[in-house]
Design a protein around this ligand. Structure first.
Ligand SMILES: *Cc1c(COP(=O)(O)O)cnc(C)c1O
Length: 377
């Protein structure tokens, strides 16, 4: 990498100037090529990071791009104790014409601001969020892999950084963006996943933080995920906290059910946003795009019993989960104390069509009729 970087903005937003401190030790072309040949998911990080500070006196300030590096944390740092932290996940793609683009970053910026408000944190300006992601993709563009389902996964996050053990919102925060080249999310490719419907644990209750993309939701989910693994399943499926009856989500992905086998009369159903589900951008994109494929899309409650009965009667022909990291993944079988059932070992035709549509738009091979593609550089 050269010492000067073109196309970087001088500010992330009005009043938030950006300093660029180019890494003195970027990986060599050979090292990077070896990583990009088989990046996996979330285990390799590009050469730089974006960092912005907030404190009560100065608001958001001191925005910089610098070499990817560890934080030094005081043992009394609030983040280590009270989990005031939120994150986002979005992807940048090398389009077929070689240009770089990300998918709906404004939607992630808006959700990030909402998550911040729920966690009593200062919202990060939405235009600065998009600019920060663009800046990292620009300086580390060599890390955006080409082809297939390859992408560069962006992980913006924000956390309390004040050293203070009193319980109240922190008076200092860091906003940060790191990036990671990514192949498909599930290590064994797009195969149907098996799921375990957790009847012992819940992910989120009404009035809780289920709608926010916060680290604490994930901490609370891990034991159930472990239980699913102990039951021989790939993923946990969450039921509602009150009746333990309605299906909400699968791990970190939203769920869809395909009703009808006649290709001219297909409906996709996804659990409605009751306040306990994470409002996925992939979910919303599928709801908006289904019509283009002649598929009706409905948001409503669906119980585990309806899922089981629908599969048994043939009314439900396919089930799949969706999210940024793994795009769309078929659900093959369900295990629950109230009875197990098998759906399919393969990806169904409706799932495959929706998957193709989304990947096509993201990689620039399908017309972007919704204006979802955000060009970078
Ligand atoms: C991030 C996330 C999703 C998926 O959201 P996308 O915007 O589609 O990536 C679904 N459920 C949970 C719990 C999540 O954290």
């Amino acid at each position: 990498m050269s010492g000067t970087v073109v196309n970087l903005p001088t500010q992330l937003a009005d009043g938030l100037p950006l300093t660029v401190d180019v890494s003195a030790h970027p990986r060599s072309d050979d090292e990077r090529a070896a990583i990009l040949a088989s990046p996996g998911f979330g285990s390799h990080f590009s050469d730089h990071m974006v960092l912005v500070k907030w404190d009560v006196q100065n608001g958001w300030h001191d925005a910089k791009i610098q070499a990817y590096q560890p934080f030094s944390l005081d043992p009394a740092n609030a983040i280590l104790h009270y989990a005031q932290s939120i994150f986002e996940g979005l992807k940048a793609y090398r389009q077929d014409d070689g240009t770089l683009a990300s998918f709906r970053p404004e939607a992630n910026a808006a959700r990030f601001a909402k998550s911040a408000r729920r966690l009593a944190m200062p919202p990060f300006p939405e235009d600065a969020f998009v600019a920060a992601c663009d800046a990292l993709v620009t300086i580390d563009s060599a890390w955006v892999p080409e082809g297939g389902e390859m992408s560069y996964y962006l992980r913006p996050f924000m956390f309390a950084s004040e050293s203070f053990l009193g319980v109240r919102p922190s008076n200092e925060y860091y906003f940060c963006v790191i990036g990671s080249p990514a192949a498909g999310y599930f290590s064994d490719g797009v195969q149907a996943v098996s799921v375990y419907a957790s009847e012992d644990y819940v992910r989120a209750a009404p009035g809780g933080t289920g709608e926010a993309k916060c680290g604490g939701n994930y901490a609370a989910s891990l034991l159930a995920q472990q239980q699913a693994a102990d039951e021989g399943c790939d993923q946990v499926v969450w039921l509602d906290a009150i009746e333990r009856k309605y299906v909400e989500e699968m791990g970190g992905m939203n769920l869809f059910f395909v009703y009808g086998k006649d290709p001219d009369n297909v409906e996709i159903v996804t659990p409605d946003l009751t306040g306990t589900l994470l409002p996925g951008i992939t979910r919303e994109s599928l709801l908006a795009a289904a019509g283009e494929l002649g598929i009706r899309a409905t948001e409503r409650k669906i119980s585990l019993a309806e899922w089981r009965d629908g599969v048994a009667s043939g009314d439900i022909s396919e089930s799949f989960a969706c999210g940024t990291a793994a795009v769309i993944t078929p659900v093959g079988s369900v295990k629950a104390r109230t009875g197990n059932f098998d759906i399919s070992t393969e990806m169904g035709p409706v799932t495959a069509k929706l998957r193709q549509l989304l990947l096509g738009v993201q990689h620039g091979t399908t017309p972007d009729t919704h204006n979802w593609i955000h060009k970078i550089g």
